[in-house]
Design a protein around this ligand. Sequence first.
Ligand code: HSE
Length: 398
Amino acid sequence: MSVKIAVLGYGVVGSGVVELFYKNKASIEKRAGKEMDIKHILDLRDFPDSPYKDKLTKDFSDIINDDEVTSVAECMGGVEPAFTFVKACLEKGKSVSTSNKELVAEKGDILLQTAKDHGCNFFFEASVGGAIPIIRPLHRCLAANDINKVAGILNGTTNFILTKMYNDNMQFDDALRLAQELGYAEKDPTADVEGHDACRKICIIASLVFGKHVYPKSVYTKGISQVDLADVAAADVLGSSVKLIACVERLENGRILPTVMPMLVPHDDIMSGVNDVFNAVLVYGDGIDQAMFYGRGAGKLPTASAVLGDVIETAKQEGTVLSQTWESSGDDSFIADIESFSARWYFRIPEANKPSGVEESFCEDGFAHFITSDKLTFAKAKEMAAQLNAAAYIPVLE
Ligand code: HSE
């Protein structure tokens, strides 16, 4: 019997899902071992010239009440109405594959449990890292490991902007506009620039790896809006690139520390060469040591590829619950305070305030730029920045 699919949302990702599905329909069906077709596409807008206008509907009840539809691709974004629609689909036993990181980061525990209770799957490979397979590897291929840390570049837009600033001396606003034109940025690009999108993605990874829901509000998050071109250039002189790094690590006290912040990444670190819209995720486990996952982190077809990979899995695995659940968390006492964070730090301070004995340093345009030789806690770095009247201070990735 043919598997009937519904696509919720016909924006950048949803239209990519439809395009890639029909482009590769024959090989997709061969891999699924079943005939498949898209029966409905939900969107409130009109698309009079679309070749798929017969499938377009504005009414969710066309989908929820259609018992033929067993697999739903949710590409709407945002928590509502996506949460209501996805939960309703799962309660009817329709598996859902989503690219919506906000939905998974805020409601993943509930939706995974709903799927389990109703014998279907809630998949979200496309919610982290765009095209990169990372969710399924973390809970299946690497399931034998004790994973104690995951770090990565998880936002394509900010990586694209930082690369353009560094390589082409492009102004921040011009680079952001280009990222929007290329379909990388969120509807409200503040979510990219201020680190909220990377935060949602590290929440999903942390919940999956450590088994308890990590909410965005519990994560120390700093974006790139305050990263100055002067710091990008100075970092280069000091042998590093500036990257927005999302990380979660289990500390010795058993708590986990999730963070999102700009960091100096030394040029000899593998993450330093991850440029443009590309993302990279580095997983540290006791069996594997390190494994790195790399690919396009945003964009229409790369994200559609991940959504469709999940849709194919739902078709192959009808009736088998494969999605991993994690516990809901009543409080965030298992999350360490940012004050536990410790690193070497880059400082940009007025030249007159330069402390003696700093090795990795240089002066330019009245400012001293240097990297501390010792590690400092977050609180100590903040105190030193105030004392030295720092224009910028950024931790260095280890
Ligand atoms: N705005 C996101 C990014 C899209 O730039 O990474 C992919 O999640």
